[in-house]
Design a protein around this ligand. Structure first.
Ligand code: NAP
Length: 240
């Protein structure tokens, strides 16, 4: 049977692009997010190897039982891709505390817990891959995204230490840090601001969800077996 990859935030944007590339590369995919979309329904029809489960990952208390159920039903996963995230745009001084908590819960607590529960079967297999989706904002900073940036910097720090912890078991842990991509998350950034991001990039364009998904596919591959504890930036050169 082909290797199982679990993808969070799979209903649209980068998560959806990832599912498409994974299925084309013959992986089995368990796709998670709060709502199904026409695109995921279409994938279900096209690929028997694709399963979609609706789940609110911010509801942390249900994660241990859910992970146990997935492992029992689908077998030990080869890889986990923590991609689901939110980013509320707003200055810290006026941000509601509930918004701060919900960013940290979904963007950092949920990935840590998913790693915890899904690493166990990887340790038994003595092979596996964890890929956490960060952002260039973890290192560059961006006005109005301080809490989001904190969550992504935390994810990068977490990934490095976890890579040290599980490397001897043949498991690699890496981050992919995309630059600005046009998805629902960034739909409010349009016009002049968008043009200036494109102009300032050495390649004169933005990275796309497919560009970032291709970096994830590389990290999953056998060719990347010596790559761990690092962050692969896919930003059309914006941070060069
Ligand atoms: P997006 O279009 O907003 O998609 C986010 C995904 O996460 C959706 O599938 C959404 O589905 C899911 N999600 C949100 N809340 C959830 C919850 N509570 N439980 C389960 N799933 C949830 O975002 P994107 O642009 O594709 O971003 C993907 C990743 O790339 C994120 O980690 C983001 O931080 C990172 N990133 C994006 C950019 C960019 O420019 N777009 C740049 C750098 C990094 P539901 O709403 O159906 O739950």
């Amino acid at each position: 049977m082909s290797d199982l990859v679990i993808v969070t935030g799979a209903s649209r944007g980068l998560g959806l692009a990832l599912c498409r590339q994974l299925l084309a590369a013959q992986y089995r995919v368990l796709a998670l997010s709060r709502s199904e979309t026409d695109e995921t329904k279409q994938l279900k029809q096209e690929y028997p190897a694709f399963e979609f489960v609706t789940v609110d990952l911010a509801d942390l208390s249900q994660l241990p039982a859910l992970c146990a159920e997935w492992i029992k039903r689908l077998g030990r996963p080869y890889a986990l891709i923590n991609n689901a995230a939110v980013g509320y745009d707003g200055v810290l001084a006026t941000m509601h505390n509930s918004e701060i908590s919900s960013v940290l819960t979904l963007n950092i607590e949920a990935p840590i817990l998913l790693c915890k529960y899904l690493l166990r079967p990887m340790l038994l297999n003595q092979r596996g891959r964890i890929i956490n989706i960060s952002s260039i904002i973890a290192r560059t900073g961006f006005n109005g995204l301080s809490v989001y940036a904190a969550s992504k910097a935390a994810l990068e720090g977490f990934s490095k230490s976890l890579a040290r912890e599980v490397g001897k078991a043949g498991i690699t842990v890496n981050c992919v840090a995309p630059g600005y991509m046009q998805t629902e998350m960034t739909s409010s950034l349009q016009g002049d601001k968008l043009d200036s991001i494109k102009r300032r990039s050495p390649l004169g364009r933005l990275a796309t969800p497919d560009d970032a998904a291709a970096a994830v596919l590389f990290l999953l591959s056998e060719q990347a077996s010596a790559v761990t504890g690092t962050t692969l930036t896919v930003d059309a050169g914006s941070t060069a």
